[in-house]
Ligand binder design. Structure first.
Ligand code: IPD
Ligand code: CA
Ligand code: CA
Ligand code: CA
Length: 254
């Protein structure tokens, strides 16, 4: 079955991350933005995933973060891939990064797989069939934010978003038990899906950051919208707000 084949491919590539010699990672700056990093391992994992995934579904488009040109996912089958989500963590050996693979059909996620090789946690979901971690069903938290954790992200190279991100973070801080910043949006989304935290937001993410994780949250019973409300859009960058069933995020929209 295709889900198992994708999981197997992702697991094998997780081993590449664990075996990587970081001293040879040769981090480069991307798009002229300092702090926006890419390494030869981001590219190597992406190439390995491309080969394996296109063997599973040769008809699919392949949309990987580290490609120069991104194909449209609006029609037909597509793989939306982040080879290393959490590149800065990888460069720093912070041991909190993931591989994120979504399979979409006509722009809608059908399958989402997020693998954290450091914890050997494989999160996955198929549309309409629930969400799982290492074979066990997962569910979002029912707790209100006052008894919960807020997760957030804010890439330091999106300078125009910093003030707003931290204004909203302050609102969350005042309403939560505590806040956390993992450095991997895909892991943040799976943390919400697994009921380990109650609210996650980030003001700008790219489709490969959230395509898989957002399906996993929804299949775990949670909600995923834009921070300002409305549907997330897999065809372009957008803000992402994910919550369990007990957290009321309406204070973020005033
Ligand atoms: C980044 C991570 C980070 C988030 C950034 C993303 P990358 O992805 O998910 O947590 O705050 O917005 O770009 O570049 O490490 O794949
Ligand atoms: Ca990146
Ligand atoms: Ca990413
Ligand atoms: Ca990445």
């Amino acid at each position: 079955m295709i889900l198992e084949q994708i999981i197997q491919a992702v697991r094998e590539c997780g081993e590449m991350i664990l075996q990587a010699d970081r001293t040879q990672a040769a981090a480069e700056i991307k798009d002229g933005q300092s702090n926006n990093l890419v390494t030869k391992y981001d590219r190597a994992v992406q190439e390995a995933l491309r080969d394996k995934l296109l063997e599973i579904a040769p008809q699919a488009h392949f949309v990987g973060e580290e490609e120069d040109v991104h194909e449209s996912i609006a029609r037909g089958d597509a793989f939306v891939v982040d080879p290393i989500d959490g590149t800065t963590n990888f460069v720093k050996d912070y041991k909190c990064s993931a591989i994120s693979v979504a399979m979409t059909h006509d722009g809608t996620q059908e399958i989402g797989v997020v693998y954290n090789p450091y914890l050997d946690e494989m999160f996955y979901a198929q549309r309409g069939k629930g969400a799982f971690c290492n074979g066990k069903p997962i569910h979002v938290s029912e707790k209100p934010l006052q008894q919960g954790l807020t997760l957030f992200g804010s890439a330091s190279y999106y300078k125009e978003l910093v003030d707003d991100s931290f204004r909203l973070l302050r609102l969350c801080f005042d309403r939560s038990m505590d806040i956390r910043r993992s450095g991997s949006a895909a892991i943040d989304l799976c943390t919400i899906a697994a009921g380990r935290a109650e609210l996650y937001f980030e003001l700008r993410l790219q489709p490969w950051d959230y395509a898989a994780g957002s399906l996993i949250v929804r299949e775990a019973g949670g909600s995923v919208t834009r921070v300002e409300g409305g549907e997330i859009d897999l065809t372009k960058a957008c803000s992402v707000l994910a919550t369990g069933t007990g957290a009321d995020p309406s204070f973020l929209r005033v």
